[in-house]
Ligand binder design. Structure first.
Ligand code: ADP
Ligand code: MG
Length: 682
């Protein structure tokens, strides 16, 4: 490590209590203070005469205290009146300490920073920032930064700590000058100094503008660090060894012959991409994306067959037991007739069954093992694992994926997701994966009609359910989501089922929820699949992967409580057969504006990507990243939507930097992410 990096990485030299507070702000090393940038700025460079000060913006005024009192009407408050010769102003404090009364003794000279507004008794400032001054005390010559902080860490303390580091640390340009200049970037040191200690010519308004070149520079640097670390993670993985898998198509041909349908063009294309990866001697990490119902499972089946033909075993993992079971049934139905043994492993198996499954897996007799997290446990040893397929990958934690990677030689990994990832997000947080997209639905689907209905019209919905079932169709009824408590959620599901059983007395109404024993769940699902139930009341356990083509109506209660991605997934459970399908979103009235905007997105769009894009705008990226975000350096300054251009520039620069200026790349990573890159290996 160079002396410069050494200095940057030292912990801040402050007492332990203060160090703890800094840590809460993410400041662990001295250089982090350089990167701790102001939230906003206060203008104390200009003094307004009280009479001329504008309303509606922060202003600095100065005056002599002419009166002060604690009054109790309408509520307890400290009132201080100041005067500057031309006008008077009331300073009001609702929260104050008795000792503050002294600070505002008559005759003292006070500077107050705040917004003036018209009160009942003339102009006033509520809770201004004040300090006592001597007449003629000099004004600040630049804007005052206000930093993000925590309790007990004052702005002057932070300013002092930052100022010390600005002197001590090297702010030298790390990027090769010709590259930085080519991109029109403000030099790093200038950007940092401008933002921490703004020059007098910059106004608060300019400093708040995300387009200010100084901000642009820091956002770019942050995005570049992210791109570099993603690329390095990608590279490191490609240095690892994995079996070259080339199947002979024997089983694949047999399966094709059996299927009642042909693969779509998109399915064939992604399958070729996967097969090409499997034939490489380093581990595949490919994300297979496709909207709900786009047919990812059959693609997974063909990928599995390639590995099985080549003599390897395959593991397929799903995040819930219901989904794992559906996969198991479907894949067994496809593969057993070809003579491929499929095993089933979940946490809920009886000891004996589990022992048997483990033996089948260890001996290599099981060619495909389908299950839940249980497939990752330490007691599971594959004889020759070549490919691991993870469905709905975003629901698994980083730790679980790590566990998979460390089982012997690294297997190839195929991750599947129905949560469409907007382009900017894919370009940043998923940049270390290869991505295949199924962008076409199988033919013969009728589009789903979505209806928004307020709770007062619930009766009409019940009638509609009756009529649908009278035609021999089936219905999903999704109970409201209760996030705060699992017990309440369970109670809601049970109540919901009881009520519908009454309201739909002539129909067979079943219930499935997350707290049922796996065997019970499976029995209910099987009954529904077999048409022995008309209505299935469910919690969101049916969100992913359930596939019953005869179900053509879905009612979602309290739709306003659910996430857009979740609603889209749920809605995808119907419209799988050729019957006209309807999704009713029942909402509780009145709706908030935000809820209205969100339901409108679902109502107006059927394309999962478009929904995801609008969701990203409404909510920010957190939800999409799921477990991933816990391990990834989040962006502090850059904004994926707003700064898409910077992101593209950073993405283009990253490989050139690694190729031609590896030392600069390393120094840049060190400056921005020191010590945090290892998370990316997940
Ligand atoms: P998802 O991508 O949501 O996991 P599935 O794999 O469950 O979707 O597929 C949805 C349904 O479409 C299944 O019933 C599946 O058998 C069917 N399917 C898949 N591919 C095709 C195809 N090419 N033509 C017709 N039906 C298909
Ligand atoms: Mg699926």
């Amino acid at each position: 490590m160079s002396p410069r990096q050494d200095l940057a990485n030292q912990p801040p030299s402050v007492p332990p209590a203060l160090a703890k507070k800094l840590e809460k702000l993410g400041i662990r090393r001295r250089f982090d203070l350089v990167l701790h940038l102001p939230l906003r700025y206060e203008d104390e460079t200009h003094l307004f005469p009280i009479a001329d000060a504008p309303y509606g913006q922060p202003v600095l005024v100065e005056g002599t205290v002419v009166a002060h009192e604690v009054s109790y009407k309408p509520r307890k408050q400290l009132r201080v009146r100041i005067e500057d010769g031309g006008g008077t102003l009331l300073l009001r404090f609702i929260h104050f300490y008795p000792s503050q009364l002294q600070q505002y003794a008559e005759g003292r000279r006070i500077r107050a920073l705040g917004e003036i507004r018209r009160g009942f008794q003339g102009d006033e400032m509520v809770h201004p920032k004040t300090r006592e001054v001597k007449p003629g005390a000099p004004l600040a010559d630049s804007l005052t930064p206000v930093y993000p902080t925590v309790n007990g860490l004052t702005q002057p303390m932070l300013r002092k700590l930052v100022a010390t580091e600005l002197k001590a640390q090297s702010l030298d340009e790390i990027l090769p000058p010709e590259l930085a200049a080519g991109l029109g970037l403000t030099p790093f040191a200038d950007a940092i100094r401008q933002l921490h200690q703004p020059p007098p010519e910059l106004s608060a308004c300019q400093l708040a503008d995300p387009q200010l070149p100084a901000w642009q520079r820091l956002k770019f640097d942050e995005l570049l660090a992210q791109q570099l670390s993603m690329r390095l993670a990608y590279r490191a993985r490609r240095l690892g060894a994995a079996p070259r898998i080339v199947g002979d198509n024997r089983l694949a041909t047999a399966l094709s012959g059996q299927l009642p349908f042909q693969l779509t063009g998109a399915q064939r294309r992604v399958l070729e991409e996967i097969r090409a990866d499997l034939a490489q001697p380093h581990p595949m990490h490919r994300l297979l994306q496709g909207d709900v119902g786009s047919g990812k499972t059959i693609v997974a089946a063909f990928a599995a067959l390639a590995a099985i033909e080549a003599g390897y075993q395959v593991a397929l993992m799903a995040p819930t037991e219901i989904l794992a079971e559906q996969h198991y049934l479907k894949l067994s139905a496809w593969l057993q007739p070809l003579g491929v043994a499929v095993s089933w492993l979940t946490g809920s198996l009886k000891k004996k069954q589990k022992q048997m499954a483990l033996e089948e897996i260890a001996s290599g007799q099981a060619r495909l093992a389908v299950g839940t997290h249980a497939l990752f446990q330490d007691d599971v040893a594959f004889q020759r694992l070549g490919l691991a397929i993870v469905d709905e990958q975003h629901r698994f934690g980083v730790g679980q994926r790590l566990a998979l990677q460390h089982k012997g030689v690294e297997p190839h990994q195929l991750m599947m997701s129905a949560t469409p990832i907007p382009r900017t997000l894919a370009m940043s947080f998923y940049a270390d994966l290869d991505v295949s997209v199924i962008d076409e639905l199988p033919p013969g689907r009728t589009p789903i009609v979505t209806k928004l209905i307020g709770s007062p019209r619930r009766g009409e919905v019940i009638d509609f359910v009756s009529r649908t079932c009278a035609e021999g169709r089936q219905v999903y009824w999704v109970c409201p989501l209760i996030e705060e408590s699992e017990t309440l959620q369970l109670q809601t599901a049970v109540d919901c089922h009881a009520q519908l059983t009454l309201e739909l007395a002539r129909l067979r109404v079943g219930l499935v929820h997350g707290r049922m024993k796996p065997g019970e769940k499976a029995a209910v699902m099987a009954a529904f699949s077999a048409g022995e139930l008309d209505v299935l009341v469910a919690t969101t356990v049916i969100e992913v992967g359930v596939d019953v083509p005869n179900a053509c109506l879905m009612v979602i209660e309290h739709a306003e409580r659910m996430g857009l991605a979740q609603l889209h997934q749920l809605r995808g459970r119907v419209g799988r057969g050729s019957a006209r399908s309807v999704c009713v979103l029942l909402f509780e009235t009145p709706l908030s504006d935000l809820a209205k905007a969100r339901l409108k997105v679902i109502y107006e769009n059927v394309d999962g990507f478009e929904i995801a894009r609008q969701d990203l705008q409404i909510r920010g990226p957190g939800e999409f990243l799921g477990a991933r975000q816990s391990g990834l350096p989040m962006l502090r300054f850059a904004d994926l939507e707003q700064d898409a251009q910077l992101l593209e520039a950073a993405r283009d620069l990253a490989p050139r930097l690694l190729e031609r200026y590896p030392q600069a790349a390393e120094a840049h990573l060190e400056r921005w992410l020191a010590g945090r890159e290892h998370f990316l290996k997940a």
